[in-house]
Write a protein that binds this ligand. Structure first.
Ligand code: KG4
Ligand code: ZN
Length: 330
């Protein structure tokens, strides 16, 4: 493949050091993710200072692996894309500094990418196609929001969480149940083996497009404190409450806006429970799009696709761009 069609992407916004090589038609030539999860497990959550130091340790080997797996020589990329925000500032700084150094050494343009827009592009990798107008449900550890995109690259945030994200609630409930860290995927797997028998609240289900998950988390804690819980059943009840809210709001957005497709992205989009319910409950109303499992959680391939889009729309980012911990979408 010609050098003019490849972008090198770098992602370090949280606890995954990631690099990827992506072509201009969003095909992934390589996607390397070095997870720090086992390191943070001892504290039961991401420790920002530890995470940024670990990025420094892992970043060069991760970039080198992405280039060699794609069989691409260092200089034969057209541009470099990097996550500039939102995320942990010290973590973002490692990726941005690395990308700037490579851009300088290789004389290549640099594209600053919004991590949230990266997640939205995760469903368009490797030949998958999102048809617009689209409604996106972004459900990750750091974010929970509903977004209307009348066309690719144009966003209107319909609603977002007022407290915890759904992934955060999964992780906290998993910790209460002693399931370890990161607990979201473990809790979700356990939920698949239980039955929805505990009556848990469906917070804000009837009210607009905003979300709230902290009350649900507290309700689970109270149930645990009462003692003698059936863990798989409680996990199933919690998952059912989360999914009722997520799918209820997504369904309403599809009814209100009649998009061509409904797209669910972010770490929680890896949930088999969510994927199954989405297809059965919404599949007849609109086209359903989901990222490949390996692109649901944080990765650099999605940053590469969003990077191509931004580069083609508006060219390189200004040289002096820095990290933006609270960068909004759009
Ligand atoms: O997108 P992501 O990797 O990071 C952020 O940008 O935040 O999402 C990570 C989140 C974690 O909270 C994790 O517990 C959750 O996604 N997650 C899951 C599953 N896999 C990851 N939650 C429910 N079910 C899963 N299978
Ligand atoms: Zn993310």
């Amino acid at each position: 493949m010609g050098a003019s069609h490849l972008i090198l992407a770098i992602e370090t916004s949280c606890d995954e050091t990631a690099a990827a090589v992506v072509s201009d038609d969003y095909r992934v030539l390589s996607s390397v993710v070095a997870s720090q999860a086992s390191l943070h497990a001892q504290w039961g959550g991401v420790v920002p200072e530890v995470a940024s130091r670990e990025h420094v340790t892992a970043i060069t080997a991760t970039v080198a692996a992405a280039l060699s797996e794609a069989a691409v020589l260092p200089g034969s990329v057209k541009a470099i894309a990097v996550t500039a925000g939102p995320g942990l500032p010290g973590c973002l700084a490692v990726g941005v500094a690395t990308a700037k150094a490579l851009a300088l050494a290789w004389h290549r343009p640099l594209v600053a990418v919004n991590h949230l827009e990266g997640h939205l592009f995760s469903a368009e990798l490797d030949g998958a196609d999102v048809t617009y107008p689209a409604v996106f449900l972004l459900v990750s550890g750091g974010h929970c929001m509903l977004v209307h995109a009348p066309q690719r690259g144009t966003y209107e945030v319909l609603g977002a969480t007022r407290d915890d994200s759904v992934g955060e609630a999964y992780d906290k409930v998993a910790r209460e149940l002693g399931l370890g860290y990161p607990g979201g995927p473990i809790l979700d797997r356990l939920a698949g083996t239980g039955t929805d028998t505990y009556a848990l609240p469906r917070p804000m289900l009837g009210a607009g497009y905003d979300f709230s998950f902290s009350g649900l988390k507290t309700a689970v804690r109270r149930t645990i404190e009462r003692g003698d819980v059936d863990v798989p059943d409680l996990a199933a009840s919690f998952a059912a409450a989360c999914m009722d809210v997520l799918l209820g709001k997504l369904k309403r957005a599809v009814e209100d806006l009649s998009p061509h497709s409904a797209v669910v992205v972010g770490g929680v989009a890896a949930s088999p429970i969510l994927r199954e319910r989405l297809r059965t409950e919404l599949g007849h109303r609109t086209q359903i799009r989901l990222p490949d499992l390996r692109y649901a959680t944080d990765n650099a391939a999605m940053i590469g696709a969003a990077g191509w889009w931004r580069f083609e729309q508006s060219g390189p980012s200004p040289e002096g761009f820095g990290v933006r911990a609270h960068l909004p979408l759009g």
